[in-house]
Design a protein around this ligand. Structure first.
Ligand SMILES: C[S@@+](CC[C@H](N)C(=O)[O-])C[C@H]1O[C@@H](n2cnc3c(N)ncnc32)[C@H](O)[C@@H]1O
Length: 246
């Protein structure tokens, strides 16, 4: 089970540093919008809005009359209010809150991978769409941060892509696209800093003793170095579904 209070704590802490360090999430926000076949909606609900990286992109590229946003972290509202004056903020865990309205677009960037039951959450969101409404999400796949998972022996897979694809078969999928990006850093310590400043370590508390840090540096040196740089691999997945049961 994912510890949602830890997810909330990590993201509350990283709000101030997130935008300057979330290089991949910025790329994902742009790409996700690129996968939308319509650029005009009556109502949009954004899940996991945080500091508004995706919100800013939407404001820039998509027309909408009514903007709704949601996040586990309530301070997110202050960021989104600055982008959309008429923002209606719905605080809380998307897995447990009740969505009482229907929307034309539900969108989420780099947030839903922390759901305990991704399949059920996707179905819940599709049920909250108007007919022909779109669900557009980007999440991280199974090969996300493999370097970190390997060194710290983390097996924090809370969903499986084969099962997810199987579950989605009953929907009209407009896009299912997977990619890999490598980020390069000057030192293994910079990688840990990057992870902390973006909150992507939200899933598990790792107590970093001196010995663990030394092992981290040595393994990075041996396995994850190209030329003079140390790399970290991200694995974004983009899914767009139309609410049109087939
Ligand atoms: C990596 S940030 C992504 C932020 C933003 N969407 C962007 O484009 O940069 C993930 C955000 O999702 C929120 N989040 C994670 N799990 C959530 C859940 N179950 N319900 C609502 N928000 C959640 C976190 O609090 C955090 O603010």
């Amino acid at each position: 089970m994912i510890d949602k209070s830890l997810v909330k704590k990590r993201f509350s802490k990283s709000l101030k540093t997130y935008d300057d360090n979330a290089f991949i999430q910025k790329i994902m926000a742009k790409n996700l919008i690129g996968f939308l076949n319509r650029k005009e909606y009556d109502s949009i609900l954004e899940i996991g809005s945080a500091t508004g990286l995706l919100t800013g992109e939407i404001k820039h590229k998509i027309k909408c009359k009514h903007y709704y946003s949601n996040d586990l972290v309530e301070e997110s509202k202050n960021f989104i209010d600055k982008i959309y004056e008429n923002n209606f903020f719905i605080p809380g865990d998307i897995e447990t809150i009740t969505l009482s309205e229907k929307y034309d677009l539900i969108i989420s960037n780099a947030s839903l991978q922390w759901c305990n039951n991704l399949e059920d959450t996707i179905s819940k969101l599709i049920n909250s769409l108007n007919n022909k409404g779109l669900l557009a999400v980007s999440i991280f796949g199974e090969n996300n941060l493999p370097e970190i998972k390997n060194i710290f022996n983390l097996d924090n897979k809370n969903y499986n892509i084969i099962n997810l694809k199987q579950h989605l078969k009953k929907y009209k999928i407009l896009c299912f696209h997977e990619e890999e990006h490598k980020l390069y850093f000057n030192s293994p310590a910079d990688i840990l800093k990057h992870i902390k400043l973006t909150g992507v370590n939200a899933i598990k508390e790792i107590k970093l003793t001196k010995t663990k840090f030394k092992n981290f540096e040595e393994t990075y040196e041996k396995l994850y170095k190209e030329k003079d740089k140390y790399f970290l691999t991200y694995n974004p997945i983009y899914i767009v579904i139309e609410n049109n049961l087939i």
